[in-house]
Design a protein around this ligand. Sequence first.
Ligand SMILES: [Zn+2]
Length: 315
Amino acid sequence: MKPNFKCVGILPLIRHGVSVIALAAVTFTADASLDVVTTTADLAALVTVVGGDRVKVTALAKPTEDPHFVDPKPSYIVRLNRADLLVESGAELEDSWLRPLLQGARNAALLAGGEGRVQAAAGIELIDVPDALDRSKGDLHAAGNPHFLMDPFKARMAAQSISEAMARLDPGSADYYRANFVRFGELLDRRLEVWQKRLEPHRGRRLVAYHNIWPYFGRRFGLRIDLFLEPKPGIPPTPASLSDVVAEMNRDNIRLILVEPFQPRRVAERVAARTRAEVVDLTQYPGGMKGTEGGYLELMDYLIETLAVALDKTQ
Ligand SMILES: [Zn+2]
């Protein structure tokens, strides 16, 4: 060890009266401080907006997968075992596949009521809550409609729940998470005006969808999306149930049928052939279709513009 050798560069400076300040090498680790798992891609997008580079986030369901029926892979158990925070929609959206995964994961913090669990539905007023629970007919929305993130206002509420949970688990970054949430809310407010203006000419128009993901979106943007190819959420259509839908579409001149990537488009096409309607491909998840990968606001941009164009065309 020859320390003088190391100092040879600054010694001449000191000799000439120049003060040398050696700064300690303070580095901020690029490693994310929180490991977050979400059930679906929309929640992962909200986690990213709030957590930035201080979180690592993984969505279990693919954005092209039906959120009610996700294929529970063994690797998901490992992810849940290591996670600090689990964010789900709740309202029974993920119940059937998430519960067995959590049993395998043995991570007490993620259990319902645990400090590492966010159920976005908490504090959100659900639409279509039945007076009494009745799953006997296989209704997937037996606890109320769980697709509330289709309303940007409710997505903002979910983002706030996420930022508060992260602030609690990682107090050192609490200000950062909260500031990101506030910025997201401001961006969302500005975009909301644009979205509402774009759909305003179509206020009151009636549309058909394969599955009822739309009541929150419809209310927010003044569209009536209250007729579905499924006779009940999760129950496949029959020839008789489709004939009823066709009759109503022709009676009310309904011109659009909305389908998602995981739904049987052929069924929608057969209905379109018996009506004056066209099939419109949409997704409820960022990354579910090309052009929606950017995040929640970009997904909404895509939905609003695609719908507006289809509505313009079928005036
Ligand atoms: Zn559903």
